[in-house]
Write a protein that binds this ligand. Structure first.
Ligand SMILES: [Mn+2]
Length: 316
């Protein structure tokens, strides 16, 4: 599809991603909007980016000031929806539904039919950002646009490691790097950086974690009292389960913390053998084969004993 041709007769154009926007949603939407404004800069078009507020770590890149969280109706004739179906677009959904022309660009398999008048859906694509890149005429590429596309690819590929990362993804990245983008800043600042509190909380939990079942299972936890004493909140647990997961020799990593006096939140990860979604289903939870979780009433000890009993039956 030639997106420029599709928009020639449009006047009021809105671009949106999904609610709680992540790196790919933010990167693909900002890149697309900046690109269209550049292509049509001498034409009388109103091109707006409707997106919820984004995390602070993304705000040093530049270009993000174009984000408008008002979702005000401005007689939109064409709506471009990226990285989602309309059910996750929040307040923009009603504007999307009544636009004259809708374009849906997505890589989620759950949206394989697409929701627009025009659908560009590729479940094999690494990211929506890579799809946006493919739609661009490279002569309009610049450092800012390239930075946002690179960022989207980085976030949705787990820094170029998830299976959807293809040779085409890396060819796109190679082209983006020609715009002299600051790759290290983009990856460190938006993907790996943690607050001091998140880092020390993670250290505390890793330090008191223990190995079980011949070192195949690692469990980390924190008590209500420790959380209260040190003012630790849910947001401080960012990255804890991933740090436990990378422990050599383990197949399953578990992290639990109390939601309140009675209920624990439990997260599980596995590497290659155990279907942790099944383990979690026993407790009324679920998720994916390698990443699942559940909420459960009970003490840390009770849940730990039950989990180890179930895992003992697995081929670890
Ligand atoms: Mn995505």
């Amino acid at each position: 599809m030639d997106i420029i041709k599709e928009l020639v007769n449009s006047k009021n154009i809105a671009v949106s991603g999904h609610i709680s926007p992540d790196g790919d949603s933010i990167g693909s939407c900002i890149a697309m909007t900046l690109y269209l404004r550049k292509v049509f800069k001498n034409e009388d078009k109103d091109i707006r980016l409707y997106l919820e507020d984004i995390p602070e770590c993304f705000k040093g890149i530049g270009g993000n000031e174009i984000i408008d969280n008002s979702f005000a109706d401005f007689d939109i004739d064409t709506y471009i929806l990226i990285d989602t179906a309309p059910d996750r677009m929040g307040p923009g959904e009603k504007l999307y539904r009544k636009a004259d022309k809708t374009i849906n660009i997505d890589h989620h398999i759950s949206n394989s039919e697409g929701s627009g008048d025009i659908n560009i859906i590729d479940p094999g694509a690494s990211s929506a950002a890579e799809m946006v890149f493919r739609l661009m005429d490279e002569k309009y590429l610049d450092k800012t646009i390239a930075s946002w596309i690179y960022l989207g690819i980085v976030h949705d590929t787990g820094v170029f490691k998830y299976p959807a990362t293809s040779p085409d993804t890396m060819r796109a990245v190679a082209r983006l790097m020609e715009e002299k983008i600051d790759c290290q800043y983009l990856v460190d600042k938006t993907y790996y950086e943690k607050s001091f509190k998140q880092n020390t909380t993670c250290a505390k939990i890793v330090l008191s974690s223990k190995l079980y079942l011949n070192g195949k299972v690692i469990i980390g936890s924190i008590s209500m009292k420790e959380m209260a004493d040190e003012g630790i909140v849910k947001n401080d647990f960012e990255g804890v389960i991933n740090q436990l997961r990378v422990t050599e020799g383990t197949e399953v990593a578990i992290f639990m913390y109390p939601m309140n006096d009675a209920t624990m939140k439990v997260s599980l990860r596995s590497k290659e053998k155990v279907d942790v979604s099944k383990i979690c289903e026993f407790f009324g939870g679920g998720g994916h084969i390698r990443a699942s979780g559940f909420y459960h009433k009970g003490t840390e000890e009770e849940i730990r004993e039950k989990l180890l009993e179930l895992l003992e039956k697995e081929d670890l």
